[in-house]
Design a protein around this ligand. Structure first.
Ligand code: NAD
Ligand code: GLY
Length: 357
């Protein structure tokens, strides 16, 4: 098993990564003093695959376990669903000491995390992420939120879990498009802060795509290590943590204009290449580095460009974002693979040139 600590003083916690960890959850929870009553929040897909076995295992280990199930999908990340969960928690007499286990992808992690942060002013939270994206990104760093109105993640808080249990075995059942979504964030991690890891991804892409356990364990571990280090230095996203948004300035605009029909990972992949293209045109990133990034993204099964007819709409969405953000649009640009910087100085017309190709 691989183990990491997110170093946050009194909110420090461990992240455990290995195949078969779901079955070891009981002893792990006991070790940090949680229980004997627990609530699992999950959805029907994940419950069918892993939730029932997890509950049985925990029951055998002496816990009293309730399962609350919300429907699958991003549309569930609302105050309304949170309200329903508060009522259900009340109905099962959940108390301030009753831990919530968030079993699922990023949607469940964000929603159950938000509920854990707010129910009775905060109950213990344990993330048990089951998508690659949730294992490398959303379960790390304490951002929990719901969507409100037309905005994503705009009602939320920072709330650190007591433990993250990442069972690599759960990634075997992930649909291909969800796996590719997670790979975009894995590639992002390497570009942000680990050149050697980028080489590892290039060298092992076939084994990654074949979902070999050992290699998945390694890529989750290395991605989490990068994010955990960043979060430890800037928990509340005031400065350094901005670098985690590599690819997201253009990516967010792509998601918006496609009405979220283009997957997040695909949008971030195109956004990362746009950022790399901008850096290259500014004379910062070498062409060879840009070519390596494009090759890896393509090899991972992610798109490398957006249809030319959408570029105008994307640029318009970015101009709109810029207005909302007080006239500044923040870009994260790679200087080289493994080294990025944040700037507010990119001219949107340069982004347009790069996206047009
Ligand atoms: P998701 O939670 O919707 O999961 C994707 C799909 O996979 C769902 O249908 C789910 O039921 C299914 N699934 C989950 N685990 C599975 C498994 N092991 N086998 C088969 N199917 C499985 O999507 P996601 O990509 O995990 O997360 C996206 C969410 O994460 C968004 O709401 C986004 O805003 C949020 N997010 C949060 C942070 C953060 O820091 N908090 C960071 C990035 C993304
Ligand atoms: N996903 C960006 C962050 O956690 O800050």
């Amino acid at each position: 098993m691989k183990k990491l600590t997110v170093d946050l003083g009194s909110r420090s916690h461990e992240i455990h990564i290995a195949c078969g960890l779901l079955a070891q959850s009981g002893p792990k929870l006991k070790e940090i003093g949680l229980g004997p009553k627990l609530v699992i929040i999950t959805n029907p897909v994940v419950k069918g695959l892993y939730g029932d076995a997890l509950r049985q295992g925990l029951t055998k280990d002496g816990f009293s376990v309730a399962v609350l199930e919300v429907a699958d999908g991003e549309e569930q990340k609302t105050l309304e669903t949170a309200g329903w969960l508060y009522t259900e928690l009340g109905n099962i007499y959940a108390e301030r000491q009753t831990p919530i286990l968030a079993l699922g992808g990023g949607v469940i992690g964000d929603l159950a995390g938000f509920v854990a942060a707010t129910y009775m002013r905060g109950v213990p939270l344990v993330h048990i992420p089951t998508t690659l994206l949730a294992q490398v990104d959303s379960s790390i760093g304490g951002k929990v939120a719901v969507n409100h109105g037309r905005l994503k993640n705009n009602i939320g808080v920072f709330y650190q879990p007591r433990l993250v249990i990442s069972d690599i075995g759960t990634l075997k059942t992930l649909p291909a498009k969800e796996f590719a979504n997670g790979l975009a964030e894995v590639i992002k991690s390497a570009v942000i802060g680990d050149r050697e890891f980028f080489g590892f991804l290039e060298a092992n892409l076939d084994r990654i795509k074949a979902r070999e356990e050992k290699v998945l364990e390694e890529i989750v571990f290395r991605s989490v290590r990068i994010k955990a280090e960043v979060v430890a230095k800037d928990e509340t996203d005031l400065s350094l943590r901005n670098i985690l948004n590599l690819g997201h300035t253009v990516g967010h605009a792509i998601e918006t204009v496609s009405d979220f029909r283009i997957e997040h990972g695909a949008a971030v992949a195109i956004g990362m290449l746009a950022a790399a293209g901008i850096s290259n045109r500014l004379g910062i990133l070498e062409q060879g580095e840009l070519d390596r990034l494009r090759k890896l993204i393509y090899g991972a099964g992610l798109p490398t460009e957006i249809s030319g007819r959408r570029v105008k709409e994307i640029i318009q969405a970015m101009r709109h974002d810029k207005k909302i953000k007080g006239g500044q649009l923040r870009f994260v640009l790679p200087r080289a693979i493994g080294d990025v910087f944040v700037t507010d100085e990119v001219d949107i017309s340069l982004a347009e040139q790069v996206l047009t190709g």
